[in-house]
Write a protein that binds this ligand. Sequence first.
Ligand code: P6P
Length: 328
Amino acid sequence: MEIGTTLTRFLLEEERKHPGASGAFTELLTDITLVGKLISREVNKAGLAKILGLTGETNVQGEAVQKLDEMANATVLKHVEHTGRVAALASEEMEKIYHVPEGYPRGNYVLVFDPLDGSSNIDVNVAIGTIFAVYRRKSDGPSADLADFLQPGREQVCAGYVIYGSSTMLVYTTRNAGVHGFTLDPTVGEFLLSHENIRIPAKGKIYSANEANAPNWDEGTRRYVESRKGEKGTSARYVGTLVADFHRNLLKGGIFLYPGDRKNPSGKLRLLYEASPMAMIVENAGGRASTGRERILDIVPTELHQRVPLAIGSAEDVAAYEACLKGQ
Ligand code: P6P
């Protein structure tokens, strides 16, 4: 489709390819794009809040100044819970699953999300993002239950993120389909197609890892990272926001590593709303995502906020890392 096509039109064209589609899924994605626009607006003026001294408990409107990630979380709930598309939501910001309140219709999907990934970077104006994924409910009672969320990532019907960087972009994929990127034109408030069918290069010239953790890494990880140093044309790039490091590597090629280590054997990143959504996106773009030993999308979660080691990006780079862990 031509550059500049609106996301709304793109979704409708995609829906037409699936005659049986109910349209609820398209509407849910449209709701999520509204959330992306609203969070983008707040994120882009957050620095201003600091300058104008709107910190503290109330702002000029006398409203409680929410931490940005709390604001982002509340924005998702507010704009999704009433739509009748989902039965429940789960978020990095909420310990338990959030059931759509009584009085609102409950739909056949559940939404998992990290409302503001990398929020520690907002104060220094470094890119941050929102990560989301959609599952079809497995339970059939009036309320969703934990089992609806503890599905392996390969069951995601949709996965995506919004990156709030020099521009705001929404990137999403659906199961067994392509990966598409839309750039927000803030003058019209529309996400416009800018990157159709994104494909990640099979091998990249970038590796991303927090090397301050190297003393705690296992031998295989240390050996892999050392092997990349000195390679002709290879660069280390690490922003400290998964969405930003992932997005750059998706477009240019590369590998992002957040391995487990002696102190945190399961690493830092969350399976449900960080690793799995990114894993479906990267696989649908031709890349690879594992813990270093196990395919991310095959992991069956045992708890909502469980962490996993993550190696994700160009297929050949991730495969080479996995070989390192096997001592090859
Ligand atoms: P570290 C941000 O806090 C985050 O959850 C991810 O977005 C990012 O990739 C990672 O943590 C950075 O962690 O330990 O390198 O600061």
